[in-house]
Design a protein around this ligand. Structure first.
Ligand code: RB5
Length: 147
């Protein structure tokens, strides 16, 4: 699996921690689009880079991080083809894959610690879309992009 990850200055440490979790799998190719320091950057620019990789097919999934996860998830969901789920707990992350076929996970670096964030990432990576009635609903979500 290929995953592109990015964060603003509010989640640089969490980004490194998430990369450590992804590395444990051994077969996940990670692309990090930054940011790499504590200088202030604008989270919509990071969302655009990560989601660009998902929409183009360069990445199977994306992970976007900012201070709260809120701004970057809102930005990500403006991009056609993106279903970004802001998850602060494992159950939501699991459901975001099973029911919503989320292709991007958002989290907040000022909200979550390393332990919970790692479990959320694992649930997102390992979760499978259930299809069936959920497929009809996800198709309706995607149709909203053209209304
Ligand atoms: C940046 O200070 C902060 O606003 C950003 O990381 C995020 O929390 C926005 O939703």
């Amino acid at each position: 699996m290929k995953i592109t990850i990015g964060s603003d200055h509010g989640a640089v440490q969490l980004k490194e921690e998430v990369k450590m979790v992804l590395k444990e799998y051994g077969d996940i190719e990670v692309t990090d689009v930054g940011t790499f320091g504590t200088d202030s950057v604008d989270y919509p620019d990071i969302a655009e880079k990560v989601c660009g990789d998902v929409v183009s097919g360069k990445a199977d999934r994306g992970i976007v991080l900012c201070g709260t996860g809120i701004g970057i998830s809102i930005a990500a969901n403006k991009i056609k083809g993106i279903r970004c789920a802001l998850c602060n707990d494992v159950f939501s992350a699991k459901m975001s894959r099973q029911h919503n076929n989320a292709n991007v996970l958002a989290m907040g670096g000022r909200v979550l610690g390393f332990g919970p964030a790692g479990e959320i990432v694992r649930a997102f990576v390992e979760g499978e879309f259930e299809g069936g009635r959920h497929e009809r609903r996800v198709n309706k979500i995607m149709a909203l992009e053209n209304k």
